[in-house]
Design a protein around this ligand. Sequence first.
Ligand code: MN3
Length: 200
Amino acid sequence: MAFTLPPLPYAYDALEPHIDEQTMKIHHDKHHQAYVDNLNKAIAGTDNENKSLEELVASAGKISPAVRNNGGGHWNHTFFWDILSSDGGAPSGSLAEAINSTFGSFDEFKTKFNAAGVGRFGSGWVWLISRDGKLEITSTPNQDNPLMDVADVKGTPVLGIDVWEHAYYLKYQNKRPDYLGAIWNVINWNKVQENFDKAK
Ligand code: MN3
């Protein structure tokens, strides 16, 4: 069973001006497509062909680097597109309560999250995860994620932001903090709440 690239759930220019149309086109159609294609190549003719993406990710430490990197890339980007939206806004309800009680306030949460994203050396991801029923901020290198057996901090992703340069370089150049500052305008909090509810 070959994996396929899901279409972007909104127009390429939906996140303008915070994330530009060209970045979204290249990121989705070229980068994410390449993870899907290279994952399919890496599993072709092996036992991994019959496994789900979730199974592959969970056993990242026992599979080849090509499957780990491209399987992680496919999982992470599929997750990422879904938690972005032109609507933006702020968390509410039980998620807002959990963020406030864990981090002090929404602003303090954003400050800590962005610091973790800026602090990730090289390429990777910054995450809000649910771990044993509690919220935590963590980051992973390359295309790893907190569902992987190899993750330093394991948990269920609630929110995840791509901090690879390909996610922001056209508009923000080397200024990763500016990209992370702007990303809060385009978070789909309904979807993040859904992820939070499912993780519990
Ligand atoms: Mn990416």
